[in-house]
Design a protein. Structure first.
Length: 207
């Protein structure tokens, strides 16, 4: 039985706050500790609840992007997911270099936000796309993993073989290989060794 993920949500626009509350309340494995939390209250709440916790922050409500850096250094066991208004790949990379686990658009699908929270709670980062689209526009954010891909990723990082993963998840070995290829493509890595480095902030600062 997976542990419940404690989530603290910062200040968002009213409609976004309402949507986030409904979304997180519908996930039985997520415990929304508090929402619409000011920065002043955020650190106190993080001190009160046992890590790992996920802090869901609104980039537009932060006085400075460095708040993410300061918060992550003060609470290294807290995993930060940043929501922004159509963040560019450069903005997402900056958030990751400051210690966030992900920086995604507020307009993304609900299931992608849930996936981001669950990945963050496991200490995993989602890297933004590093190249621009053919029309010169920067993609709006990272290419997110599906919940099943997240399960496979966690086992890959644990050093499990394809056969062991297939047995653990009750799926075929070819399905594991397909998920692994998708994970490598989405995270921009080439090997399992690269996957093991994704949870280390210093590897993202070079991205």
């Amino acid at each position: 039985m997976p542990k419940r993920v404690h989530v603290v949500a910062g200040e968002f626009e009213d409609l976004v706050t309402f949507g986030l509350r409904r979304l997180l309340d519908d996930d039985a494995s997520v415990d929304l500790v508090a929402s619409d939390v000011s920065l002043e209250r955020l650190e106190a709440l993080l001190e009160e609840h046992e890590p790992p916790a996920v802090a869901l922050l609104n980039l537009g409500a932060l006085p400075s992007a460095s708040v993410v850096y300061d918060l992550q250094r003060s609470h290294p066991q807290t995993h930060i997911v940043v929501l922004a208004n159509r963040p560019s790949a450069a903005e997402a990379t900056q958030m990751l270099s400051f210690g966030a686990a992900a920086c995604i658009s507020k307009e993304t699908q609900a299931r992608d936000i849930i996936t981001a929270i669950h990945l963050a709670s496991r200490g995993m980062n989602m890297l933004p796309r590093s190249t621009s689209a053919g029309n010169g526009l920067v993609p709006p954010g990272p290419d997110l993993l599906t919940p099943r891909e997240a399960d496979v990723l966690e086992l890959l990082q644990d050093g499990r073989t394809n056969a062991a993963i297939a047995h653990e998840l009750s799926i075929g070995i070819e399905t594991v290989r397909t998920h692994a290829r998708n994970i490598y493509r989405k995270l921009g890595v080439a090997s399992r060794r690269d996957l093991a480095r994704l949870s280390r902030p210093e590897t993202l600062e070079r991205g």
